[in-house]
Design a protein around this ligand. Structure first.
Ligand code: HEC
Ligand code: HEC
Length: 257
C-alpha cells in the first residue's frame, strides 16, 4: 500500500468534522406561497392551496366529510414527515400495491378523495385536480423528478414485539389526545374528528394501524410529539377500532371490520 493511501485512510476521516460523513441529504425547503407568480400558473397554485386547506368548502362537489387535506398533510402539505406534497409530486408515477398498477400523481390524489375524504374522486382535467397538481408542482420546485426525497411520507415505525392494543390505547388517548380531539373523537372548531361519520373511511391509509401510528408518532400531539412507538401503535389501534364510514370497495358491512 502506498504511503499516501495510508494517509488518506487513516487521517482523512479524522479531519472531517464529526457527523459530516454520515449526514443525511438536506431537507427540501418549499418556496413560500407569496413567491408564486402573478399569472395563470400562480392563480392555479393559489387555488390549489385554498383547496387543500379548506377542502369541504373549496372542493365541495367531491368532498364527503369534514376533513381538509391539510389536517393530515400538515402545514398545507409543506411539513416533512407528514406526507408533504413536494416529496410526493416527484415520486410519481409509482407502483402501488393498493391498486396493483403504476399510478400518476393525479390518481394518487383521487384516492385520497375517495378514502381519506370519504368522497368522490375528481375527474381528470377537473379544476380541483389541476389546481392541486399545480400547487404540489410549485412546492417541489428544484427537486429532481423520479426520486425518493428525504421527508417523504411518515417515518415508519419498526416492530416493537408487542401487538397494538386498544385498551392501552384508550389510556394514551385520554392522556394525550382527548383534550383536543374530544371524548367522542369528534373534534371541535379548528380540530378535525378522528372517528365518526365526519372522518376518513375504512379504506383510507389512516385506517391502517401501522400507517396511523407512523403519522401520530411523528406529528401528534400537534406540535410536540412525545409518544413512544408502542404508545403510537396502541392509540392508533384504539382510534381505528371506532365507528367510521365503510370502505367503498367493500360495502356497508365493512363498518364492522
Ligand atoms: C393540541 C391539540 C391536539 C392534540 C393534543 C392532538 N391533536 Fe391530533 N390534530 C390536531 C390538529 C389541530 C390537527 C389538524 C392539523 C392541521 O390541520 O394543521 C390534528 C390532526 C390529527 C390527525 C389527522 C386528521 C384526522 O382527523 O384524522 C390525527 C389522526 C390525529 N390528529 C391524531 C391525534 C392523536 C392520536 C393524538 C394523541 C396522541 C392527537 N392527535 C393529539 C390537534 C391535536
Ligand atoms: C385522513 C388523513 C388524510 C387526508 C384528509 C388526506 N390524506 Fe393524502 N394521505 C394520507 C395518508 C395516510 C397517505 C399515505 C402516506 C404514506 O403511506 O406514506 C396519504 C398520501 C397522499 C399522497 C401521496 C404521498 C406520497 O408521498 O406518496 C398524496 C399526493 C395525497 N395523499 C394527497 C392528498 C390530497 C390532495 C388530499 C385532499 C384532497 C389528501 N391527501 C387528504 C392521509 C390523508
Amino acid at each position: 500500500m502506498r504511503l499516501s493511501t495510508i494517509f488518506w485512510l487513516v487521517l482523512a476521516p479524522a479531519l472531517l468534522p464529526a457527523g459530516v460523513s454520515a449526514r443525511e441529504p438536506e431537507l427540501h425547503r418549499p418556496p413560500p406561497l407569496e413567491s408564486a407568480p402573478q399569472d395563470k400558473y400562480g392563480d392555479l397554485v393559489r387555488l390549489g392551496y385554498a383547496i387543500v386547506t379548506d377542502t369541504p368548502n373549496k372542493a365541495s362537489r367531491y368532498s364527503g366529510n369534514k376533513l381538509s387535506c391539510s389536517n393530515c398533510h400538515l402545514d398545507a402539505g409543506r411539513k416533512p414527515n407528514a406526507a408533504p406534497y413536494w416529496a410526493a409530486f416527484v415520486a410519481y408515477p409509482s407502483w402501488r400495491s393498493k391498486t396493483d398498477r403504476v399510478d400518476t400523481f393525479d390518481e394518487r390524489v383521487q384516492q385520497c378523495f375517495r378514502y381519506s375524504l370519504d368522497g368522490i374522486p375528481p375527474a381528470f382535467g377537473s379544476i380541483e385536480l389541476t389546481a392541486i397538481a399545480a400547487y404540489a408542482h410549485f412546492l417541489a420546485r428544484g427537486l429532481a423528478v423520479g426520486t425518493e426525497t428525504r421527508g417523504r411520507g411518515f417515518p415508519l415505525i419498526g416492530k416493537t414485539g408487542l401487538d397494538p392494543n386498544r385498551d392501552r390505547g384508550r389510556v394514551v388517548y385520554r392522556e394525550h389526545c382527548q383534550v383536543c380531539h374530544g371524548e367522542d373523537g369528534g373534534g371541535q372548531t379548528g380540530i378535525p374528528p378522528l372517528w365518526g361519520f365526519g372522518s376518513y373511511n375504512k379504506g383510507a391509509g389512516m385506517a391502517n394501524v401501522e400507517t396511523a401510528a407512523s403519522f401520530i408518532k411523528a406529528n401528534m400531539p400537534l406540535g410536540k410529539p412525545v409518544l413512544t412507538d408502542q404508545q403510537a401503535l396502541d392509540v392508533a389501534a384504539y382510534m381505528n377500532a371506532q365507528l367510521r364510514p365503510p370502505d367503498p370497495r367493500h360495502g356497508l358491512l365493512s363498518i364492522f371490520r
